[in-house]
Ligand binder design. Structure first.
Ligand code: ADP
Ligand code: MG
Length: 707
């Protein structure tokens, strides 16, 4: 049995140079250009489009804009034109409706000897307009006999190739040819990767048939089924991996049991909560209650648009921990954010007897020692801070809950580090993000987490009005700003961060600052940028927050979390340079108070189509999820924030996270069902799946916890 498997699997493991028609030189090119090293790599390199070879045109229908044509007809005349390097062979090709020219610049002698006048040919190729007439350069020519001899499949697969490959005659057609060679050799040697029962239940095409059909489809139905099978498999194994991790974590690690809702939670809720919770906040708190009340570790992602009130949910979860005798920590990505959380949470808890601490990189040694001691003794129940919380030698008596704010800056690996703080039982983890993630991406990048969504803003918020101005409306903008300030509003003006040139950033901001002081000599203006000392930056922020300055000029350092309810206008300069999620984040800085808020996107006249699309989207909607979907369509899933750090390979070969949401959901459901029934994949029928998981080349997961 073992031998049998080894023998079978070794076929696709063979080096690509041993495939007839490849050889060492082409093998080298395939390896460098496409990372194709083995037969298996090649067979999983799929066409990106297909050309329908069932379709024939009449010559009278042809025009030069068609991507390709296929015509039946005969050659009536052949002649050689020109001489030397410029020499070409020209043939006039007729059907009953007209004629076109066929042209060859290479292998002229060979063509001349082989082309037959008045013989029936099928011509396939790309039409072009030359001297006012249609011609096809280097067409595919096939006689009826040739067509019979090598049925090339009805659809022809087209493969992506690089310039270097084309120069070395490894164009799409050549790839197609070696694929067909490989398929004929592979017959009967491709091992199925999915269990028989799954194939039956999901009506999936067997692997060998699917691989054949994906490269050489005979019918549209075949192609559709093959595509489905391969996409399903690709997404299924990713989901199986992620969910196996989650299931084994739930089974292996106990979690602290927060069984009661106690004194502090109730006291806060009854007496100090300054407003009614939104329905969405209540729903999420209930979901969290469910998690922490079942003796396994909570791993929950809380998504909620900026201003939706996530901090409060975090606070109430921390009170829950406290009521059950546990400490909590809240970790923010920046010092400013940590301070802000500390301030707002301290304010909420002002009249409750709870010891809340703040620990960041700039906490003084003496204060730091005191905090360390208070955490170790258990006197301090809640600690808020930055990365200093993980890296530092911070010890807790009983850490029961870790809240991570603005999750997209922490990857899977850092998340794992958090729960090593407790030796035996890991704390519950709540990660919060204001960067809405498309559903498909959440299932993949954060697929090991349970997901809660706050899809409702606190009442009374007016939707932010967004406008896109070109430079010619600068005066209008200035008038508008003046009006707003006269009304008592504060204004942010944000300049882009150009990562290639920090110097230029600074110039932008400083130049902007200078111009503003000229335009508005009567107003006070603050400035914040990345090159400032933290203390000075913090001071500028606080001055603005206290309302002592009317305008805040900044780079994107103010992007996340900063809360100044009186600021109601956000002006974004060179808005075309920002990504969608960043624009959305920035806009979220306003619209926090009762007054109508505005976001004005300034751009130059010359902007590309993608930039235009981004700005249009911002003007059209304030729905973070909708914006995230557009963002993923524009950028592709691999470039979305969080995916880089996620450790999940995004080189999907056939599935597409922005298009295949339904298949993904299906794959996730199936994987979940299997693991619910057999969490460690120990049953006989799941051995094939386990083997495939363990042999996966993806090293970003720690499989030791499963096997
Ligand atoms: P997020 O972190 O989700 O961006 P915050 O937690 O900072 O949002 O909340 C934004 C603002 O809304 C804060 O000033 C907060 O006090 C307030 N807020 C939170 N929940 C409610 C609510 N249910 N009703 C009214 N205001 C709320
Ligand atoms: Mg927040």
């Amino acid at each position: 049995m073992i031998n049998y498997i080894c023998q079978m699997s070794s076929f696709l493991d063979q080096e690509i140079k041993f495939l007839p028609g490849v050889g060492p030189k082409r093998a080298d090119i395939l390896k460098h250009e496409l990372k194709i090293k083995t037969f298996g790599d090649l067979i999983h390199y799929y066409p990106y489009k297909y050309i329908d070879r069932t379709k024939y045109y009449k010559i009278s229908e042809i025009h030069a804009q068609m991507p390709y044509i296929q015509v039946k007809g005969v050659i009536r005349a052949i002649e050689t034109i020109g001489a030397g390097a410029k020499q070409r062979l020209s043939a006039r090709f007729y059907d009953e409706t007209g004629s076109i020219e066929l042209v060859w610049f290479r292998a002229i002698k060979w063509q001349k000897e082989n082309l037959r006048i008045n013989k029936a040919y099928t011509v396939f190729g790309k039409p072009a307009l030359f001297g006012g007439k249609i011609s096809v350069v280097h067409p595919d020519l096939e006689t009826e006999e040739e067509k019979q001899l090598k049925p090339s499949g009805l659809f022809q697969g087209h493969y992506n190739t690089s310039e270097k490959m084309k120069k070395n005659f490894l164009n799409s057609k050549a790839i197609n040819k070696i694929q067909l060679t490989l398929l004929s050799l592979a017959k009967g040697k491709i091992r199925e990767t999915l269990p028989p029962q799954l194939l039956v239940n999901m009506k999936l095409m067997p692997l060998e048939k699917a691989l054949t059909a994906i490269h050489k489809p005979e019918t549209t139905v075949d192609l559709k089924n093959a595509t489905f099978r391969l996409k399903f498999e690709e997404l299924f194994f990713i989901q199986l991996k992620i969910l196996a991790l989650k299931h084994s974590r739930n089974k292996k690690f106990k979690g602290f049991h927060f069984e009661k809702v106690g004194y502090n939670f109730n006291k806060f809720y009854d007496h100090f909560l300054p407003f009614e919770l939104t329905g969405a906040q209540k729903k999420v708190i209930k979901e969290i209650r469910g998690d922490v009340n079942r003796s396994s570790q909570m791993n929950r992602l809380l998504q909620g648009d900026v201003g939706s009130g996530k901090t409060l949910v975090a606070l109430m979860t921390m009170l829950l921990a406290m009521d059950n005798g546990y400490q909590s920590c809240l970790m923010a990505p920046t010092e400013i954010l940590a301070q802000q959380h500390f301030q707002s949470i301290s304010k909420f808890l002002l009249e409750m007897n709870i010891n809340v601490g703040l620990l960041t990189g700039s906490t003084k040694v003496k204060a730091r020692r005191m905090i360390h001691a208070a955490l170790q003794s258990g006197e301090m129940q809640i600690i808020i801070g930055t990365h200093a919380l993980i890296e530092d030698t911070v010890q807790f008596t009983k850490l029961g809950l870790v809240v991570v704010d603005e999750q997209h800056r922490f990857g899977v690996a850092q998340r794992a580090k958090l729960w090593k703080k407790n030796d035996l039982i890991p704390p519950h983890i709540l990660v919060m993000t204001a960067t809405p993630i498309p559903r498909t991406l959440a299932m993949t990048v954060y697929g090991d987490l349970d997901v809660s969504v706050i899809d409702e803003l606190p009442p009374g918020r007016k939707p932010i009005q967004t406008m896109h101005f070109y430079e010619n409306r600068r005066n209008q903008l200035n008038n508008f700003m003046q009006q707003q300030i006269e009304k008592g509003t504060q204004i942010y003006i944000v300049y882009p961060l150009i990562s290639e040139s920090e110097k230029m950033d600074l110039k932008n901001v400083e130049e902007g600052f200078r111009q503003l002081t000229e335009t508005f000599p009567d107003y006070k203006i603050s400035m914040v940028h990345g090159k400032m000392k933290p203390a000075i930056k913090e001071n500028a922020m606080q001055t603005f927050k206290r309302g002592e300055t009317q305008i805040m000029v900044a780079t994107t350092v103010i992007e996340v979390g900063v809360d100044v309810p009186n600021a109601a206008v956000m002006v974004i300069e060179s808005a075309e340079r920002f990504g969608l999620s960043q624009l959305h984040q920035l806009r979220g800085r306003v619209g926090r108070g009762a007054q109508q808020s505005y976001c004005i996107l300034m751009s130059s006249y010359k902007i590309g189509t993608e930039s235009r699309k981004r700005l249009e989207t911002m003007v059209r909607t304030t729905d973070g999820f909708e914006i995230a979907e557009v963002d993923m369509k524009l950028r592709g899933p691999g470039d979305m924030e969080g995916t880089q750090q996620s450790g999940i390979g995004f080189d999907l070969k056939i599935a597409n996270l922005s298009k295949d949401g339904e298949i993904l959901q299906l794959a996730r459901n199936v994987a979940n069902d299997i693991l619910n029934d057999d969490p460690f994949l120990q049953k006989e029928e799941n051995q094939l799946l386990l083997r495939n998981l363990l042999s996966s080349k993806d090293t970003s997961f720690d499989w030791s916890s499963i096997s």
